[in-house]
Design a protein around this ligand. Structure first.
Ligand code: F6R
Length: 615
């Protein structure tokens, strides 16, 4: 996601900031920009695409000055354009800021600021700059460090959403205001000045002494000093910490691998996926990217979800949700099959292409085919500006942030989140009652906290995973909404541990696969309390009768599960349709620890690529 770097000190800022942006590249971005203060002038350069484009332009413009801020942007509000790239200015162009996060109430703020405000971008961040500028206008007399800080504080009190923010002003030279709410910021304490960044990676070359800003804190940084306040304007004493990480460890934020980091990212990025996309009072979702009128939505008689691999298992959860909530027949088509099947598609079909990369060749080709046949074609994609995002007539970004490990984890959960929101949006138009919609939204809001509960049990999952690392085969079984969960558990295990695994609906084992079961063939059952719980129990009993070791995921409080499984991992309860969001996190951790036990390279498993751009 977006990255911030700022510098204030004795050295020339421009090379430090450009180099800092390069170090932040791993977070993913689509444009970048830099602003340098020199006395009472601020020069700003922005550019779409690679940091090298920006570096070339910054070199041409020279950009003298020892104070500056810079940013890599990953588009959320508004397309990938130079105008939308940070830094942004206020109406007077005296204030310049970089911002990570999302201002949820940006529309209200824009309305409140009135029509005299002219914006140059489509971003919520520019509106925030204007809001701070407006508060500065209200403060009497010459702008001082104190009145500048108070203006920023006042503006931030009006903001709903998240921010990691660095602001500077022409009239207050050599002074940066840094604020955090939900979007991390670190301040590096160097011998020549201060470094500010969204993570420690860009400052490691200069200092290992850092101060971590907490939510609701505002730091005022000069060349030689910094002071921190809270939003009540009280002074806060901060500790300087020494970090031990090297560059690579810093990118992984202390986790051993990107996969583990991305598994742990899930509570946060899940919030990013759903934020601002629903209305609890109306009990519905508002995914504007759908680009369909209510009449067009009513005309949809069939939904087809096209995807590959993990994205197709996320789509299967979507199928259950669309059918249950909206009563619309829904199919999941594996893209590589769909494109050659001459599928029956017409103008009453809504096709979603579901893809993390947005570049998967089969998914892309299938979507083109669906478009040719006259369907509504929309994307559910992670990578902004990717080919699928550009070629579909609308859709929704899942906001999972860059996923660097080959095995998909956080993109899966965010795909499921968006599919659930779409199903609710269609469902409310058709047959879902307000109370049910409200209940589902409340349940979605509780998911991050429940994911954290699971992440807290990682050590227990690790202990169990070690027991199963030396088997050659494994089955995953589930029923109903837990069948796609079994499929996802199975693909995760095989791709990173190289243990052979298959997934089946629980009722299917006795139709053939059961012949393989023995003491050497464990079965992983997903047996949470849902409509098919009793059926699933019977299937597990059948497995036990064949002496296969049983591992279970069971709902918290289901003590009887211990009678059935050698090992049981407990999951928090939620609405049945949302249960895959939690159960899958356990399976991700299980596969991860099995693979680690076997010494596999979990981030780069053999024979696989992150983005499959060939057929
Ligand atoms: C499995 C995995 C793959 C991808 C598949 C589709 O962990 O990552 O199965 O899900 O290759 O990729 P995208 O989502 O980029 O279209």
């Amino acid at each position: 996601m977006c990255g911030i770097i700022g510098y204030i000190g004795e050295k020339n800022a421009s090379p430090i900031l450009i180099q800092g942006l390069r170090k932040l590249e791993y977070r993913g971005y689509d444009s970048a920009g830099v602003a340098i203060q020199d006395g009472d002038t601020i020069a700003r350069v922005r550019s779409v695409g690679k940091i090298e484009n920006l570096a070339a332009r910054a070199a041409t413009e020279k950009l003298p000055g020892t104070v500056g801020i810079a940013h890599t942007r990953w588009a959320t509000h508004g397309g990938v354009t130079e105008e939308n790239a940070h830094p942004h200015t206020d109406q007077s162009e005296s204030l310049v800021l970089v911002h990570n996060g999302i201002v949820e109430n940006y529309r209200e703020i824009k309305e409140q600021l009135g029509s005299e405000h002219i914006y140059n971008s489509e971003t919520d961040s520019e509106i925030l700059a204007h809001l701070i500028g407006e508060h500065i206008k209200e403060s009497d007399g010459k702008l001082t460090e104190e009145s500048f800080r108070l203006a920023v504080e006042c503006a931030l009190k009006e903001v709903r959403g998240t921010y990691g923010l660095v602001v500077m002003h022409k009239d207050v030279p050599d002074y940066l205001i840094v604020a955090r709410m939900g979007s991390p910021l670190v301040i590096g304490v160097g011998t020549d000045g201060y470094y500010i960044a969204s993570d420690a990676t860009p400052m490691l070359a200069y200092t290992k002494k850092v101060i971590f800003l907490e939510d609701g804190e505002i730091a005022c940084v000069s060349k030689t000093d910094m002071q921190t306040f809270n939003l009540k304007d009280e002074c806060v004493v901060k500790c300087v910490e020494e970090i031990e990480w090297n560059q690579e460890q810093a990118e992984k934020q202390g986790y051993e691998d990107f996969m583990l980091k991305e598994i742990h990212d899930q509570p946060t990025v899940f919030e990013d996926a759903i934020r601002g996309r629903f209305n609890v009072e109306e009990g519905t979702a508002h995914l504007g990217g759908l680009n369909m009128t209510e009449e067009e939505m009513h005309s949809v008689k069939r939904i087809v979800l096209i995807a590959c691999g993990t994205a197709s298992y996320a789509s299967m959860v979507g199928k259950y949700a669309f059918e249950r909530l909206a009563g619309i027949p829904t199919e999941v088509d594996v893209a590589s099959e769909f494109r050659y099947r001459d599928p029956i598609i017409d103008k009453h079909t809504l096709v979603f292409g579901v893809s993390q990369s947005g570049e998967t060749a089969d998914t892309l080709a299938a979507l083109r085919e669906a478009k040719r046949k006259g369907a509504f074609v929309r994307g559910i994609v992670n990578v902004v500006g990717s080919t699928i995002a550009r070629e579909t007539d609308g859709g929704t970004y899942i906001h999972a942030g860059p996923e660097l490990a080959v095995a998909s984890t956080k993109a899966y959960t965010n795909m499921v989140a968006i599919l659930l929101l779409y199903a609710l949006q269609f469902g409310r138009l058709k047959r879902v009652a307000l109370a049910t919609g409200e209940r589902m939204l409340h349940a979605l809001l509780e998911i991050p906290q429940k994911m954290n509960e699971i992440l807290d049990t990682a050590e227990q999952i690790k202990t169990i995973a070690k027991v199963y690392a030396n088997y050659d085969h494994m089955f995953f079984i589930g029923r109903g909404i837990n069948y796609p969960v079994a499929l996802e558990g199975s693909i995760k295990l095989k791709e990173i541990s190289y243990i052979h695994s298959e997934a089946y609906p629980g009722g299917e084992l006795k139709h053939g696969p059961m012949a393989l079961l023995s003491e050497d063939f464990p079965v992983f059952g997903i047996m949470t309390k849902d409509q098919l719980y009793d059926k699933m129990r019977s299937n597990i009993e059948e497995v036990r009768a064949r002496k296969a070791p049983v591992i279970l995921i069971a709902s918290q409080g289901d003590d009887t599960a211990k009678e059935l499984g050698e090992h049981v991992m407990y999951t928090p309860k939620t609405m049945e349709l949302l249960q895959p969001l939690l159960n899958t996190v356990i399976l991700q951790l299980f596969s991860y620890y099995v693979a680690k036990e076997l010494g596999r390279d979990v981030d780069r498993p053999r024979n696989l690529a992150k983005s499959v751009t060939v057929e």
